[in-house]
Design a protein around this ligand. Structure first.
Ligand code: GDP
Ligand code: GDP
Length: 436
């Protein structure tokens, strides 16, 4: 099920990121922090009262060194392209400015619902300041205060009135959904073309659940697949499409809808910071991951090159030690046919269920080999473990005192589980809980 998307637009300093952070809150991630992966706070899932949605802070998407007005113009275009509902934010203390009018002008062009929010109305005495904003032509202005957290419930209720009806998931459970993510020009669209064996990306266009997403469904060797559209695979010639933040946004949206994510690297350019960041998103989202090194035709190599490259990848992507690596060329099609069977394999691992009895044998055996940690004469006691979820496989380990479960011991248990069962390509999660 795809969640509705809200985008916040408005000129700088009206309080967009303050509101974004308020709404998103501190989303606690159950996976460990990934070194080198800083979170881009531009896109996040959120829930507020009964509403679940995704939210974009378009203010966080810088468009190169375009002049100020052009920046906010482009940001408004992104909101129009990506969102179901747009929050147009202004600053009540400053009244309607010329820049607000510029934003309004662009938003007039969209048929998407626009909800007008007047920020910095920090107390009820200031409410009269909102009336000015009727002149923008977006109906009722909603007073809010980002710093005091006022009015947000009403604002989001108003947004929710405009959410589209939830889509039926149009693919059955056996269909494997995958996406290709990576920096611009690593060869994502070329790879899709190579998969589909023709020059045009789209085999049978399906207007995806995310309104403007275009999915490519197809079958191979009796298995149904759907390629989820990502940035760069559907070039429309918009200025913002080549910006880094926008490609991150598209990647995040594609990851969300995928079972398996192909992180595409360019052999010709080596590993870059941005590659790690993008890969980190897939890992954090708990998706199955395959590392695809493309443009293998374009580099000089001997029999050692592949090993050297593999070592570098393992060094730079420590958190993806479970991900298989394939070296391919979209241009010559070398080894491209290997990718689909790997996608199938990791997707099965991602959805694997382990019987509790077998799991607990492994845990007991692990404790026998490497006793659980002690602290001030007390020992961590592990009572039992059980799998509570798939995609990714998630295990709860019941213990006497969760604080005594060190990261290193958790890692040891994870490794033992991986040695026993085939979890290649999928992250697995261990959650330690106190037994009542
Ligand atoms: P953005 O550029 O639109 O993302 O704006 P920011 O969220 O960075 O906020 C700009 C400034 O306005 C910051 O100094 C915030 O602390 C301040 N600010 C945000 N919301 C409010 C509010 O509701 N009331 C007041 N008084 N200040 C606010
Ligand atoms: P995207 O932005 O990630 O979708 O990348 P494209 O598929 O548009 O490819 C970017 C450029 O790299 C194009 O000029 C492609 O022809 C080229 N390219 C893609 N795959 C390969 C490959 O395997 N080998 C070589 N030599 N060039 C490639």
């Amino acid at each position: 099920m795809t969640k509705p998307v809200i985008a916040i637009v408005g000129r700088p300093n009206v309080g967009k990121s303050t509101i974004f952070n308020r709404i998103v809150g501190e989303r606690v991630s159950i996976v460990e922090d990934i070194p080198g992966v800083t979170r881009d706070r531009i896109y996040s899932s959120a829930d507020w009262l009964a509403h679940e949605f995704n939210i974009i802070d378009t203010g966080g998407i810088e468009i190169g060194d375009e002049p100020f007005l052009e920046q906010i113009r482009q940001q408004a275009e992104i909101a129009i392209d990506e969102a179901d509902v747009i929050i147009f934010m202004t600053n009540g203390r400053e009244g309607v400015t010329a820049a607000d009018e510029q934003v309004a002008k662009i938003l007039y062009k969209t048929k998407k619902p626009v909800v007008l929010a007047i920020n910095k109305i920090d107390n009820p005495d200031m409410r009269h300041m909102i009336y000015d904003f009727y002149s923008l032509g977006f109906g009722e202005p909603w007073p809010i205060s980002g710093s005091h957290g006022l009015g947000l419930g009403d604002l989001l209720d108003e947004c929710a009135k405009h959410f589209p009806q939830p889509d039926e998931e149009q693919y059955d459970d056996d269909t494997i959904k995958f996406s290709l993510i990576g920096r611009p020009n690593v060869g994502k669209s070329s790879l899709v073309n190579a998969f589909l064996g023709q020059d045009r990306v789209i085999v049978s266009e399906i207007q995806g659940t995310t309104r403007d997403a275009i999915d490519s469904p197809y079958s191979y060797d009796g298995q149904d697949y759907v390629i989820i559209d990502t940035a760069g695979m559907r070039k429309k010639g918009k200025v913002y499409e080549s910006t880094e933040k926008y490609s991150v946004l598209r990647a995040l949206r594609a990851i969300e809808r995928s079972d398996v994510v192909l992180v595409v690297l360019n052999a010709d350019e080596g590993i870059q910071e941005q590659d790690k960041k993008i890969a980190g998103y897939a890992h954090e989202a708990g998706k199955a991951v395959i590392i695809v090194v493309n443009k293998w035709d374009a580099i000089e190599k001997d029999e050692k090159t592949m090993n050297i490259f593999t070592e570098q990848i393992r060094e730079h992507f420590l958190f993806l030690d479970y991900a298989p690596i394939v070296f391919v060329s979209a241009k010559t099609k070398q080894r491209v046919h290997n990718i689909l069977p790997i996608i199938k394999r990791v997707s099965e691992n991602h959805a694997m269920r382990i019987q509790s009895s077998i799991l607990n044998e492994v845990i007991e055996d692990s404790i026998a080999r490497n006793p659980a940690p002690t602290d001030k004469g007390r020992r961590l006691r592990i009572y039992y473990a059980t799998q509570v979820a798939i995609k990714p496989p998630t295990f709860v380990v019941f213990v006497n005192e969760p604080e005594m479960m060190h990261f290193s011991y958790e890692r040891f248990l994870e490794n033992r589980i991986r040695e026993t069962f085939d979890f290649e390509g999928t992250p697995i999660r261990l959650i330690t809980r106190a037994r009542d």
